[in-house]
Design a protein around this ligand. Structure first.
Ligand code: ADP
Length: 314
C-alpha cells in the first residue's frame, strides 16, 4: 500500500461540498486532484455505504464503497479492510467486480469499484415471483459463477462468503462476484485456514467444526447452497435461529420440498456438492461436466478476450 494506512494522501473532504469526493493522491488530466460527484445511494453493508459516483473530468461512473474510519478502530475490522483491498485490487476478470482505485481522507476510506447497476441476485430473486429461478436461468448464472471461481482458485483466493447477496449484476444482467471482505489468499498449495467466517446459511460444515482447517472446498459448498436456493427459492438449511441452522449443517439435514418441481439432475448435483467431507465434493470442472449442465443448452463458451479486464485499473 502507498502512504498512510490505506495509501493515498489526506484530503480535506470537509472543506468541500459533501457531495464531492476528492482524491488528492491522484492527478487528473488537468493536473488537479481527481474529483467525483456523489450520486444515488446503492446500499449498505457491515461497514460500508455504497454510492454511485461520477468522475467529474472523465465522466466515468463507478460504485464508491465508503468506509468511515470511526467504524474500523478495532484491529480486526481494520485488518479485514486491509485484506479486502490487498486481495481485491490484484484481481482482474470479467466475472469479478473490477477494483479501480482506493484512497482516503481524514474520515473515510474510499474504494472505487465497477458499478453493478442491477444490485445482486438476492434482490433479483426477491423482486420476481415465484422468487426462484427456472433451471436454465440458474444454469446460466451458475456457469458464470464457476468461471469466476476457476479464476479465483487458480490464484489461490478463497472467497469464503459466497451467497446470492454477493453475486452482483451489471447493467446487462451479467454476474460479477464481489465483496472480498472475508476472502483469503493462500500462500502455498495445501495451506489450511482456521478463522471462522461466512454467512450462517451458506457456511460449510468444516468451518463450523474448525478442527482441520478449511480450503477451497468451502466455496464449492456455498456454490451447492446457492444452486439449491436458486431453484427452490430458499436456502437448504434455513431455520428461524442460527444455532439450529448450524446443527442442520453439521448433520447435513436438508430436503427437497414436494411443492417445487426440480429436475433429478439438479438434485443429484446438489447432493454431490453438499457432502460433509470436503474431499468428496466435486471439483469445478466436474460440476461443469455434470448431467445438469449437460442437460441444457450451455451458454456459449466465452472467448479468452472477454475473460481479461477491458479497462486496466488505474
Ligand atoms: P460491506 O463490506 O460493508 O458488507 P458490501 O460490499 O456488502 O459492504 O456493500 C454494501 C452494499 O453496497 C451492497 O449490499 C450493495 O447493495 C452495494 N454495493 C456494493 N458494491 C457494489 C457495486 N460494485 N455496485 C453496486 N452496488 C454495490
Amino acid at each position: 500500500m502507498r502512504t498512510g494506512v490505506y495509501g493515498g494522501s489526506r484530503s480535506h473532504g470537509d472543506l468541500h461540498s459533501l457531495d464531492i469526493i476528492e482524491d488528492r493522491s491522484c492527478r487528473g488530466r488537468s493536473g488537479l486532484p481527481a474529483r467525483y460527484q456523489k450520486g444515488r445511494f446503492l446500499g449498505k453493508g457491515g461497514f460500508a455505504k455504497c454510492y454511485e459516483v461520477q468522475d467529474l473530468e472523465t465522466k466515468e461512473i463507478f460504485a464508491a464503497k465508503i468506509v468511515s474510519k470511526a467504524s474500523i478502530t478495532k484491529p480486526r475490522a481494520h485488518a479485514k479492510l486491509r485484506s479486502e483491498i490487498a486481495i481485491h485490487r490484484e484481481l482482474c476478470h470479467d466475472k469479478v467486480v473490477k477494483f479501480y482505485d482506493y484512497f482516503e481522507d481524514a474520515d473515510h476510506v474510499y474504494i472505487m469499484l465497477e458499478l453493478c447497476a442491477n444490485q445482486t441476485l438476492n434482490e433479483f430473486m426477491r423482486r420476481r415471483p415465484p422468487k426462484r429461478l427456472a433451471e436454465p436461468e440458474a444454469i446460466f448464472y451458475v456457469y458464470e459463477l464457476v468461471l469466476a471461481l476457476q479464476y479465483l482458485h487458480r490464484r489461490r483466493v478463497i472467497h469464503r462468503d459466497l451467497k446470492l447477496g454477493n453475486l452482483f449484476l451489471d447493467h446487462s444482467m451479467r454476474l460479477k462476484v464481489g465483496d472480498f471482505g472475508l476472502a483469503a489468499q493462500l500462500e502455498y498449495d495445501g495451506e489450511r485456514k482456521r478463522t471462522i467466517c461466512g454467512t450462517p446459511n451458506y457456511i460449510a460444515p468444516e468451518i463450523l467444526e474448525g478442527k482441520h482447517g478449511h480450503s477451497f472446498e468451502v466455496d464449492i459448498w456455498s456454490l451447492g447452497v446457492i444452486i439449491y436456493t436458486m431453484v427452490i427459492g430458499r436456502p437448504p438449511f434455513e431455520t428461524s435461529d442460527v444455532k439450529t441452522t448450524y446443527k442442520r449443517i453439521r448433520i447435513n439435514q436438508y430436503s427437497f420440498p414436494d411443492s417445487v418441481r426440480v429436475s433429478p439432475q439438479v438434485k443429484e448435483l446438489i447432493g454431490r456438492i453438499l457432502q460433509t467431507d470436503p474431499g468428496k465434493r466435486p471439483s469445478l470442472e466436474e460440476i461443469l461436466n455434470s448431467s445438469w449442465f449437460r442437460s441444457s443448452r450451455m451458454p456459449p463458451l466465452m472467448p479468452d478476450s472477454v475473460s481479461h479486464c477491458s479497462t486496466s485499473p488505474r
